[in-house]
Design a protein around this ligand. Structure first.
Ligand code: GP9
Ligand code: MN
Length: 428
């Protein structure tokens, strides 16, 4: 009901952070590429197996002079996995405590998502690319609600039996076949490319395997670096295209990992990968870090240690593009803002913050990993953080369960008219 929206708006307004003048509008008007690195974790960055970098291309991009790379950035997905990541990244709304918000509420709810905000505020065309069937995670319906103009799913790509593996099209072939469609997009555009090959159980054909498996002895973990290496090569080829075509000059390129690849059920193997004798709950929380990096010609590249998560990507991106979001209902905050609280809620109520990490009822010092027994004053701070985490999740759920954005009118902003959107491939 509309009264619920009032409570949500109050919470949002109490937690606003203002843009950083050093970055606001720095990349205004640029095309945006969102590269979704499937199941790609932060520990892979600069990681070596037998002295060889697993992901040389992504590492180069991470250290590029125009890349801002966040190394204290976490996935915040629950059972919705990729769909939770997409929901958070493009709406700054959390997934649900169970199931997938995109599946259960993607079609019928009203959203004010990245594609429609960029269109309304700055005339962007938007396109999503994915080498899987359009119905997976209800994307074909959710993307219409989010205002995507185009959705190039599997039927748009020429396929042969050896082009597919695991969930769908191999990443190198997918990126290559996305290019002709990208070339036809009116600029400025917002293009999201979702990769697939680096997905459990990380299978890859011999011809495409050019990297040694790890030797943890856990055969669901050891091939992970091989498909991660293949994904890296695919990204390297796409990045080369962006450079050669000149698109890199007038585009912002965002890379992010959607969620973990290796689940917490493989603690002995995780310990071996990290060179530790064993891993505790703090180590496993740290293991949930995924990359988030933004490359843009006007950015002074650096590694940014701000604590954040997927919920924060949209506010960060909008501010870089010179679009204010303080009248929008978004639960994340601009990671480049000096006022960022640096609290990362997880869907189960756990959190990481600059000072404290709370996992499974245990409190750790975030910087040292030491378990702490909080003093009364520390308890006060921790309780305030917990209240913020609980309120964030509760208010976000209210928006999704109650479809509250249908009551939230933004000035000079027209809601998406889904009837004008059709993703079916036209017979040429
Ligand atoms: C399915 C692909 C994988 O299209 O995005 O989804 P996930 O299993 O990672 O949620
Ligand atoms: Mn995924």
């Amino acid at each position: 009901k509309v009264s619920d929206l009032k409570g949500v708006q109050k919470f949002i307004n109490q937690n606003q952070v203002s843009p950083n003048v050093q970055y606001f509008g720095k990349e205004k008007g640029k095309n945006v590429f969102i590269i979704h690195l499937e199941s790609f974790q932060q520990f892979l960055i600069d990681y070596k197996v037998d002295g060889k970098e697993v992901t040389p291309n992504i590492n180069k991009f991470y250290h590029n002079q125009h890349t801002i790379a966040f190394d204290d950035f976490y996935h915040q997905v629950a059972q919705g996995k990729t769909s939770d990541a997409e929901m958070m990244l493009e709406n700054s709304l959390y997934g649900l405590p169970q199931g997938s918000a995109m599946v259960s509420y993607g079609a019928q709810n009203t959203y004010q998502a990245a594609p429609s905000i960029l269109d309304e505020e700055a005339g962007y065309t938007s396109a999503a690319f994915h080498g899987d069937v359009p119905t997976f995670w209800n994307r074909n319906n959710a993307y219409k609600s989010w205002g995507y103009d185009y959705f190039f799913s599997d039927s748009y790509y020429k396929t042969k039996p050896q082009y597919n593996i695991g969930y769908g099209m191999k990443d190198k072939i997918f990126f290559k076949q996305a290019i002709p469609y990208i070339q036809q997009l009116p600029q400025p555009f917002y293009a999201k490319l979702i990769t697939l090959t680096n997905h459990y159980p990380y299978e890859l054909d011999k011809r495409n395997t050019s990297f040694p498996a790890t030797k943890t002895g856990d055969n669901t973990v050891d091939p992970y670096v091989q498909t991660a290496h293949y994904l890296d090569q695919s990204f390297g080829e796409f990045e080369a295209y962006l450079q050669k075509s000149g698109l890199a000059k007038n585009s912002v390129v965002v890379l992010y990992g959607d969620h973990y690849g290796i689940s917490n059920n493989h603690r002995p193997a995780i310990a071996k990968l990290l060179g530790k004798k064993s891993v505790n709950k703090y180590d496993l929380a740290q293991f949930q870090k995924v990359p988030f990096m933004i490359n843009g010609g006007n950015l002074d590249g650096h590694i940014d240690h701000t604590y954040g998560g997927e919920i924060d990507v949209l506010p960060t991106l909008l501010h870089l593009l010179g679009i204010k979001n303080n009248h929008m209902i978004q639960f994340g905050h601009d990671l480049l803002s000096n006022q960022n609280q640096q609290i990362v809620p997880f869907r189960n109520g756990d959190f990481v913050s600059k000072q404290y990490t709370k996992v499974g009822g245990t409190i750790y010092d975030t910087a040292t990993g030491q378990e702490i027994h909080p003093t009364s004053s520390q308890k006060k701070t921790i309780n305030n953080i917990q209240k913020y985490v609980d309120d964030s999740l509760e208010n976000s759920d209210k928006v999704v369960y109650g479809d509250l954005l249908r009551f939230h009118k933004l000035k000079n902003y027209k809601d998406v008219n889904k009837k004008t959107i059709d993703y079916n491939k036209k017979a040429t």
